[in-house]
Design a protein around this ligand. Structure first.
Ligand code: ZN
Length: 131
């Protein structure tokens, strides 16, 4: 299974994975379902707008308001906010593809969501052929 490796540079950031995922889909060709999975507990995946960078900035700001860093947590590692934010985003996304191209909407991108960086991360990409 193809695995993307990435290095995040801040505690919290969204990285646009769309070009790397699209390259795997183009290499495979044909039609099917592209499943993107994050094997971590403090990072997630979401699909949202990539045209205006303010959207990602606003998403992160809203997540910080929803899940404060210093809430009533008992998790000894001290990063409960990161676990909660990751669960809110979810750990996978699926996008249909056709003729070797993702069928994302015009403004959509696939984002890796870091909540406890910087660190090295992996993303697994499974292409399920419709043949
Ligand atoms: Zn933890």
């Amino acid at each position: 299974m193809p695995t993307l490796t990435l290095r995040t540079s801040r505690r919290e950031e969204f990285l646009d994975l769309t070009p790397r995922v699209a390259a795997l889909v183009a290499e495979a060709g044909g039609a099917g379902l592209c499943h993107v999975f994050v094997p971590h507990t403090t990072a997630g995946i979401t699909i949202n707008e990539n045209a205006d960078p303010s959207v990602v900035r606003d998403l992160l700001a809203a997540l910080r308001r929803l899940v404060p860093a210093d809430g009533d947590y008992t998790h000894a590692e001290g990063n409960s906010d990161a676990h909660l934010k990751a669960s809110l985003m979810g750990f996978s996304a699926s996008v249909p593809y056709q003729d070797g191209r993702l069928t994302l909407g015009t403004w959509q991108a696939i984002y890796f969501c870091e909540f406890d960086g910087p660190r090295s991360r992996e993303v697994r990409v499974q292409l399920i052929s419709a043949r």
